[in-house]
Design a protein around this ligand. Sequence first.
Ligand code: G1P
Ligand code: ZN
Length: 548
Amino acid sequence: MDTNIRTVETKPFDGQKPGTSGLRKKVEVFRQDHYVAQFIQAIFDAVRPQDGFAGRTLVLGGDGRFFNSTAIQIILKMAAASGLTRVMVGQGGLLSTPAASCVIRKHRAMGGIILSASHNPGGPEGDFGIKYNGGNGGPAPEKVTDAIFAASKKIDRYRILDVADIDLGRTGTVRLGPMSVEVIDPVADHAELMATLFDFAAIRDLFASGFTMRFDAMHAITGPYARRILEEMLGAPSGTVVNGEPLEDFGGGHPDPNPVWARTLHDEMMGPDGPDFGAASDGDGDRNLILGRGIFVTPSDSLAILAANAHRAPGYAKGLAGIARSMPTSRAADRVAEKRGMPLFETPTGWKFFGNLLDAGMATICGEESAGTGSDHVREKDGLWAVLLWLNILAVRREPVIDIVRAHWRDHGRHYYARHDYEEVDADAAADLMDALRARLDDLPGTTIEGLTIEAADDFSYHDPVDGSSAEHQGIRVFFEGGARLVFRLSGTGTAGATLRVYLERFEADPARHDETTADALAPLAAAARSLARIRERTGRDAPSVIT
Ligand code: G1P
Ligand code: ZN
């Protein structure tokens, strides 16, 4: 037994309950004495194999936000004290979420710990998060997060190695007591995987032909990945990647790749001289924003277009087993699945629900309206993967993004789509609003609101076709005559008050009516949402805080 192992006695904190995206809180919460250590001990207690950790590998890294390096050192010392044989950690403590998933799978690790609060702001006043992923590379399923929560409530000691911090600045292997720490290039494994899925030669030719692109890394984790893959491997001119330096506070920005937070990129793409293709990713690299000159491609449309064209990339040349989308995501992907005779799975919000479908080989491509798209190559959504699949399709089709999108609408119909978020509303008021809607579900069909007639309404529940588990109360769906739909749900990832999300979707088959602005096309539906849920009366808000 290593004499440097120290056992620290402690009292449990309340509320170390990991949600769909791990434990996500304000930085100041994580900075409390022993807070991180207790949660990490809870993870180790919950996932410790019967025969202990000997011989096992853990993957570790984060999005580089404030507190990343402090937490990494604590976790390394605790991993050594717990008896793990090896930890693979990204150089500088960095790993994007999809890259962590890739490294776990490739090196057959027992799991990984990912430090991130995704697209939430960083810095001392911002958010931080810790998430455990299992050996398939995906977010821990509920039974594991429940076990972690249960363990966190009982923690009365944790074990940590008493040693100096280790230098993560250089790749290579160092010893930490009984454990070896492999400091790895955070980009290499992921870049290598991308090269097996996509036709890099075709994409290189595309760039060589003068095709222009802007990738906004938002001072978050994808900077190093995008520079290596796009500029070094694919020959995009230097300067293609902007804001490529990961910063602890993301430069003060909100690393959420949507037209609101990636305003500069969005405006540049809307201008007449914008690049051919624009993209961005979020704090931890799992989300994506796709733009063409003069067009923002909604994540729901992007999922549908990627699914319809994936066979043009070598990794998907054999076609797709199926498509999965989260319930609030528009039904554009459903049209593709119908046309191609593929199964379409509708799951609750949150990437973890795709895991079983991917593991079982039932779905190949998945996506969410919140800008997450991915495939069975890893078990997380993957921002750069989506960008590279788009590039592969563009390299083959050699058409402007806007033409590809319009042709897709012509062939499948257009799903006008928007999400209205009411952020930081009073938690009780938000819960009451949902309860009131829930109580009226049976009375809604047949009623007319703001000129729109309701056909059906329910509270979405999901039955996992793989493991038979179910998830109830996943959001209120209201279906209107003519194919429009409203969805109401409360965010599970916010860290202050509650966030009410209202998802609006209207289907338009007629190409002559594909030129409306989204705001105009959805105005009647937006009015119906406000009046149906009595949003102003219940939340005091006249308008959403963010529309995406
Ligand atoms: C949000 C998104 C959801 C995504 C999750 C984690 O969750 O809506 O699609 O999976 O972040 O990135 P929400 O805050 O809506 O619960
Ligand atoms: Zn993210």
